[in-house]
Design a protein around this ligand. Structure first.
Ligand SMILES: Cc1cc2nc3c(=O)[nH]c(=O)nc-3n(C[C@H](O)[C@H](O)[C@H](O)COP(=O)(O)O)c2cc1C
Length: 171
């Protein structure tokens, strides 16, 4: 599968099969995150692969009851280790680093026939408690990882003209 095919085929999957993900397939997805780019190559990230059913269940409850997080056989939780480190542009490098690596993993998951769904709706304090993430770190995103049990329709997107402008900012 080429990159553009993975990008265009990826959809948020909210229903998963009760089918395990082989270790080598998982490793390949994780490798896509490990080698992702990061600010100053600081790799300010830690990803927690959640295999334990009960833990995923607790996470799903902390994520507004989005139970598909528990339905998939695996979940990945992305944390920024030093989120107070800001770049010259004033933005947290770690939050961006984790987001980029997450995106890379989601695309590799698509290539491997796996589904993902970026979850941003969660109680960060509760997630930290469940997973033992230190207070000073930030939980940036979570996703289920497993074989899709649905074929989601594509969601609409803004037009090229709305999204891009040339040479100067223009709404
Ligand atoms: C930062 C971010 C947070 C999101 N949070 C959630 C979420 O908590 N629950 C959910 O079901 N989908 C969530 N999504 C998925 C979006 O709803 C989805 O990407 C969007 O509707 C486009 O659909 P598609 O991913 O199928 O192309 C999130 C996506 C992003 C990028």
């Amino acid at each position: 599968m080429d990159v553009f095919t993975a990008i265009s085929q990826r959809k948020s999957v909210r229903k998963y099969k009760d089918k395990a993900v082989d270790e080598d397939v998982l490793r390949r997805v994780l490798e896509a995150g490990r080698i992702a780019p990061s600010a100053g190559n600081r790799q300010d990230w830690k990803f927690i692969v959640v295999r334990d059913n009960e833990t995923r269940h607790k996470l799903a409850i902390a994520a507004k009851g989005q139970m598909f997080l528990a339905q998939a056989p695996l979940a990945i939780v992305g944390c920024a280790i030093e989120p107070t480190y800001v770049m010259m542009c004033g933005q947290s490098a770690g939050i961006l680093d984790v987001s980029i690596a997450f995106s890379f993993m989601m695309l590799e998951a698509t290539e491997q026939g796996l589904g993902t769904c970026w979850l941003g709706a969660f109680d960060e304090g509760a997630v930290k408690k469940i997973l033992g993430v230190p207070d000073a770190m930030r939980v940036v995103a979570m996703t289920p990882l497993g074989y899709p049990d649905e074929t989601p329709a594509g969601r609409p997107r803004k037009s090229m003209e709305e999204v891009f402008c040339y040479d100067r900012f223009q709404l």
